[in-house]
Design a protein around this ligand. Structure first.
Ligand code: NAD
Ligand code: UDP
Length: 430
């Protein structure tokens, strides 16, 4: 059998993307894309069907992914389902992915709160491949151990189940504070807990940064601008937030978390970084978390109609997760202490975005020879309260102070994410 043709990913300028990250501020964040992909585009459940042996099924699934990961299967563990005994056997990795060998002076002890979530797990992969010592702190409310399970047992990795609302002691050099549910249904599920996580969790982690003199980066959000009256949103805009609406637990929670960070900076000299993250998507996003990208892709792949809320004229700009991680690492290792927007400037109405997702799902299905019974339709349902009408970042500051701008086109990112969800559906884990 001939080797499957590798998928080529081109950036906004038509250059092939083979690595993500860069070398800047004396800090190297560059890692090979195919190794990263091997960590998230991996089969979990390999179903043994009928007379087929596990290895035959393995071979078929691997060839689906091989075009992306180019042979890096040694870094992938599997869970093999045996229908006859209704049991699962878990395989271990044959070896860990190679991590950079850093001199002790360059190796950081990095704490990632929320490291088992969507963004956190990609950050953990990157920091691990770069050779740092990484500790994940997570209560697994919306995250899952499976997102980082491929690092369990590695000498540079540690995972701790802990709620950031409770104090925590550790020695560390850098803290990426990401712990907080991010999708509207998740953060509205228990609004009081979301506020506690934002306020008490950030207070505890800033206290830790003060004691250890660790540099502290908080993952803030474009939601601090609320339903903005300024467009695009730049960092000096103070926002337009309803303090008592259903989104307030998150929006005001993040605003007070920023206030706390600057309080600790002024009073105690804590070395802070503030990233205002705009809508981000990518593999490992919880398919049921209710955010628009995961909803649309899963609906289209299942052949269900795609639900646009309101009239679909509200806008968002979507960035691929690898660009965000580049931005977070660049910010952490820069001297910029003002808030920095990190997001993609390609703005879509949600109605247009639904059409784009449908087109990409159809393209992937066509390439894979899948013929859906009917074309999925875009349907409209009521607009949630306080849903921002427009959102697009002004990223001038990120370009000027970090030399950062997104490389991934929305199209390329969506295509990779569609393939990820398709594989998850095939293995039965969605
Ligand atoms: P996510 O829900 O996938 O991840 C959040 C992680 O934090 C999960 O692993 C969850 O279990 C953990 N967590 C939640 N509450 C916790 C607590 N009290 N103690 C310990 N762990 C806790 O969300 P995400 O998309 O990965 O977002 C990560 C961070 O980035 C969040 O702070 C979010 O506000 C911010 N952000 C994300 C986006 C986006 O589009 N993804 C946009 C703006 C900001
Ligand atoms: N949205 C939608 N259909 C969905 C989910 C979301 O039309 O199935 C809309 C939502 O009303 C909002 C936009 O898509 O206008 C982005 O929603 P998301 O929850 O992803 O993030 P937000 O930017 O609102 O936090």
């Amino acid at each position: 059998m001939s080797a499957p043709q590798a998928i080529r990913t081109l950036d906004k300028d038509g250059e092939e993307i083979t690595t993500v990250g860069f070398q800047r501020f004396g800090f190297d964040s560059e890692v090979p894309l195919d190794v990263l992909r091997a960590l998230y585009l991996r089969s979990h459940y390999v179903v043994t069907a009928g007379e087929q042996s596990v290895s035959e099924v393995d071979a078929r699934q691997e060839s689906d992914h091989a075009r992306f990961i180019q042979g890096n299967t040694a870094y992938q563990s599997k869970s093999i389902y045996h229908p006859d005994t209704q049991s699962i056997s878990y395989t271990t990795l044959s070896r860990f992915p190679p991590v950079k060998l850093l001199p002790p002076s360059g190796r950081k002890r990095v704490l990632v709160t929320g490291g088992a979530g969507f963004v956190g797990s990609h950050l953990v992969d990157r920091l691990m491949l770069l050779g740092h010592e990484v500790t994940v702190l997570d209560n697994f409310f919306t995250g899952s151990k499976t997102t980082v399970s491929h690092w369990i047992g590695h000498p540079n990795f540690e995972m701790i189940r802990h709620d950031v609302v409770e104090p925590f002691m550790i020695e560390c050099d850098q803290i990426y504070h990401l712990a907080c549910p991010a999708s509207p249904p998740h953060y509205q599920f228990n609004a009081v807990k979301t506020i506690k996580t934002s306020f008490m969790g950030t207070l505890n982690m800033l206290g830790l940064a003060k004691r250890t003199k660790a540099r502290f980066l908080i993952s803030s959000t474009s939601e601090v601008y609320g339903d903005p009256e300024v467009h695009p949103q730049h960092e000096d805009y103070w926002g337009h937030v309803n303090p008592i609406g259903p989104r307030a637990c998150y929006d005001e929670g993040k605003r007070v978390a920023e206030t706390l960070a600057y309080g600790f900076q002024r009073q105690d000299g804590v070395d802070i970084r503030v990233a205002r993250i705009f809508n981000t998507y990518g593999p490992r996003m919880n398919p049921l978390d209710g955010r628009v990208v995961s909803n649309f892709i899963v609906q289209a792949l299942r052949g269900q109609d795609m639900t646009v809320y309101g009239d679909g004229k509200q806008t968002r700009a979507f960035q691929y997760v690898h660009d965000l991680i580049d931005g977070l690492i660049a910010l952490m290792n820069s001297n910029e202490t003002r808030p920095v927007n990190i997001g993609n400037c390609d703005e879509f109405t949600i109605g247009e975005f639904a059409e784009l997702v449908r087109e990409i799902v159809e393209k992937v299905q066509d390439e894979d020879g899948v013929k859906p019974a009917r074309r999925v339709q875009v349907i409209y349902s009521p607009m949630p309260t306080d849903d921002p009408q427009k959102r697009r970042p002004d990223t001038t500051r990120a370009k000027e102070v970090l030399g950062w701008q997104p490389r991934w086109t929305v199209r390329m990112g969506l295509e990779e994410m569609v393939r990820y969800y398709k594989a998850k559906m095939a293995e039965g884990s969605i």
